[in-house]
Write a protein of this length. Structure first.
Length: 175
């Protein structure tokens, strides 16, 4: 997904800056900071070579109209970033956002914990917010700064388990 995002940013830059497009490699076109900030450092050597080949192909004809302004460039970059974000989150296909990875999460719920309840949101110490989407409950559960784990399950499900209890709640990531 990041490779698509990077290609979109590079294409927007090339289309708006003819002098920029005359150079052959993306590494020569950007400063080290721009290269890093665009996420291009994460590309493999093969992906970087493919990106350079795509950029060298230049299918965009030089504009006969007035040259693009800095505002146009900023707008195109913002649109490319938004398109990449939407693609990564699956919003273009009507899917709800998923967690960034399928790795288990170990954290705590800062403050008081009063048990599970359908629709309740749990804010973890790492800043993630998870909402309970099933009817699981723990009768009389109370705790302060209680340890939790959020684990991936079958078919994209996520399960929140509180330390010291066997019951787990099905949750979805809110943010």
């Amino acid at each position: 997904m990041r490779a698509v995002h990077s290609v979109l940013i590079a294409a927007a830059l090339i289309a708006s800056m003819p002098a920029f497009a005359q150079q052959t490699r993306i590494e020569d076109r950007l400063t080290a900071e721009e290269f890093r900030d665009a996420g291009l450092g994460k590309l493999s050597a093969a992906e970087l070579a493919r990106l350079n080949a795509l950029l060298a192909r230049e299918t965009v004809a030089p504009a006969a109209a007035a040259p693009a302004t800095d505002v146009d460039v900023e707008t195109r970059i913002a649109q490319a970033r938004e398109a990449g974000r939407r693609e990564a989150l699956g919003e273009e296909r009507g899917l709800r956002p998923a967690a960034e990875s399928r790795e288990p999460i170990e954290s705590t719920i800062p403050g008081a914990f009063t048990g599970f309840a359908h629709g309740r949101e749990y804010t973890l110490a790492n800043g993630q917010v998870w909402k309970q989407i099933d009817g699981a409950s723990i009768a009389g559960a109370r705790g302060q700064d209680i340890a939790v784990s959020v684990r991936p399950g079958f078919m994209g499900a996520w399960w929140l388990r509180v330390d010291g209890y066997n019951t787990q709640a099905k949750v979805e990531r809110v943010r």
